[in-house]
Design a binder for this molecule. Structure first.
Ligand code: ATP
Ligand code: MG
Ligand code: MG
Length: 347
């Protein structure tokens, strides 16, 4: 038993809280919003800003261990509760800055797309010169679900891009012609043990994950071994404790790293029904110092479909489908592009 603190009150925090209960833990959620969806399933909830150091310290004092479900958090304030924090601030600092992330991946022996840091509008033309077109510009910080990205396809797209993306530090990435996308969801225990989940084929539409599928197909299966080596090296180099996700592009010449998430991940939601231990239970085990659970498959065939925006209105039909495991996040307004729930099918 004991109390686990979760910073961030979104659906990942909610599913972590639900997974903590069977292991006997209470959960205390910390989030700036009034009533985030994770607070509904937690014993305690603090509504305060992420940089409110006094509130963070009180929160940490009420918990045995603190984790986060969201990486766009201010590192300085979190450093004040570093003794309770798993994973630590190193994982956070690297994953929240796309340039630091890519440099770190390279040091760890991974291969990102060719990239350039963009600190001003004049750097964009230089990046086009160096990387060629098409390329994608991404805000260095704070992006998720494809937000804060702009594609440059022709020279004419260069001029407006700096303003369109809010005059913020960016990274330019070469466009990758990948054959498929997959991710490695790995847990690293407090003792350094690694446990890998199977890698699904991940299908994105407009930068948002729509579907995960197992079997993932020959190409991904051939590249998973190398991708696991890279993800394991990244987790070790970060001293990461908990679940870590590395997104990959499967290319003709091997896997390229897209990005790192220092947390449970949408592409691991299928593990709730599809694996012996879910990614959420695994994360709770890792951060509390329990042995990692089995990642064995419960079915060779798994699909996970996100319910995005209006798709949530399909819920009555999905609730009646006896092959479907329906998850609704209780998030309120079904805004466009918002992840409202998901549905998993086995076999
Ligand atoms: P997430 O919600 O996964 O954190 P994000 O906003 O950080 O999303 P990315 O993962 O960088 O966005 O990009 C979203 C998707 O856009 C990728 O999964 C991929 O389909 C496409 N994409 C991103 N970068 C590139 C690239 N360099 N070349 C080709 N496609 C790309
Ligand atoms: Mg991302
Ligand atoms: Mg991504």
């Amino acid at each position: 038993g004991g109390t686990i603190g979760i910073i961030g009150g979104g659906q990942l925090g909610r599913m972590l809280a639900l997974a903590a209960a069977p292991l006997g833990y209470r959960v205390h959620v910390f989030d700036p919003h009034e009533r985030p969806c994770a607070a509904d399933v937690a014993a305690d909830f603090t509504s305060a800003a992420f940089d409110d150091v006094a509130a963070l310290e009180r929160f940490a004092a009420s918990c045995d261990v603190v984790t986060y479900e969201f990486e766009n958090l201010p590192v300085g304030p979190l450093a004040t509760i570093a003794d309770k924090l798993r994973p630590g601030t190193a994982s956070l600092a690297i994953a929240q800055d796309r340039c630091a992330e890519k440099a770190f991946v390279e040091e760890a022996g991974g291969r990102p797309a060719k990239w350039r840091a963009i600190d001003g509008p004049e750097d964009i033309a230089a990046a086009v010169e160096a990387l060629g077109l098409p390329l994608v510009l991404k805000t260095r910080r704070d992006g998720y679900d494809g937000k804060g990205q702009a594609w440059l396809r022709t020279e004419a797209d260069i001029a407006g891009a700096w303003d369109t993306l809010g005059q913020r530090p960016l990274v330019a990435e070469q466009a990758i012609r990948f054959d498929a996308e997959f991710s490695v969801v790995v847990a690293r225990g407090a003792d350094g043990a690694l446990a890998f989940f199977d890698s699904t084929r991940n299908v994105h539409v407009d930068g948002i994950l729509h579907r995960c599928e197992l079997p993932a197909g020959d190409l991904i299966e051939k590249q998973v071994g190398e991708a696991r080596r890279q993800a394991g090296a990244i987790a070790e180099r970060l001293g990461h404790v908990g679940v870590l996700t590395v997104e990959f592009f499967a290319c003709a010449d091997g896997p390229l790293v897209n990005e790192i998430a220092p947390r449970v991940h949408n592409s691991g939601h299928w593990t709730i029904e599809g694996a012996a231990t879910s990614q959420f239970a695994q994360h709770i085990r890792a951060i509390t110092g329990l042995p990692l659970g089995s990642t064995a498959l419960r079915s060779q065939e798994v699909t996970m479909d996100n319910l995005i925006g209006d798709e949530i209105h399909r819920w009555p039909e999905l609730a009646a489908d006896r092959q479907a495991a329906l998850h609704l996040y209780g998030k309120g307004a079904a805004r466009r592009g918002r992840k409202m729930g998901h549905v998993t099918r086995l076999g």
